[in-house]
Ligand binder design. Structure first.
Ligand SMILES: [Zn+2]
Length: 103
């Protein structure tokens, strides 16, 4: 349903990797982020004072036994989409500026 924007991964002592994703749902305004485990139905409320990385790490360690090498990384596709959008916005601003000056 949502677009994965960030991944938290950790490995078990025998090298199996587990992932928890942050998924962003743009159907809401403003958008909402959800924490979703890729391996079970775990999807906690984010209305908490806990840090998301702590929640993800705790879940990976306690439920899946993956308590080693917790890391987080941005979703590549999502990051690239942001990089493409930036120049487009810049060009639009320049066009707008030129138009205003010609009025
Ligand atoms: Zn899980």
């Amino acid at each position: 349903m949502g677009t994965p924007v960030r991944h938290f991964t950790a490995t078990t002592p025998d090298g199996q990797e587990f992932t928890v994703n942050i998924e962003r749902d743009f159907r809401y305004d403003p958008y909402r982020d959800f924490l979703v485990c890729a391996h079970c139905d775990w999807s906690p409320s984010l209305l908490t004072m806990k840090k998301i990385v702590d929640m993800a790490g705790e879940h990976l360690a306690s439920v899946h036994g993956a308590d080693q090498g917790l890391s987080q990384q941005d979703n590549e596709a999502f990051r690239k989409a942001g990089l493409i959008m930036l120049p487009i916005v810049a060009v639009l601003l320049v066009v707008l500026f030129v138009c205003l000056q010609n009025l």
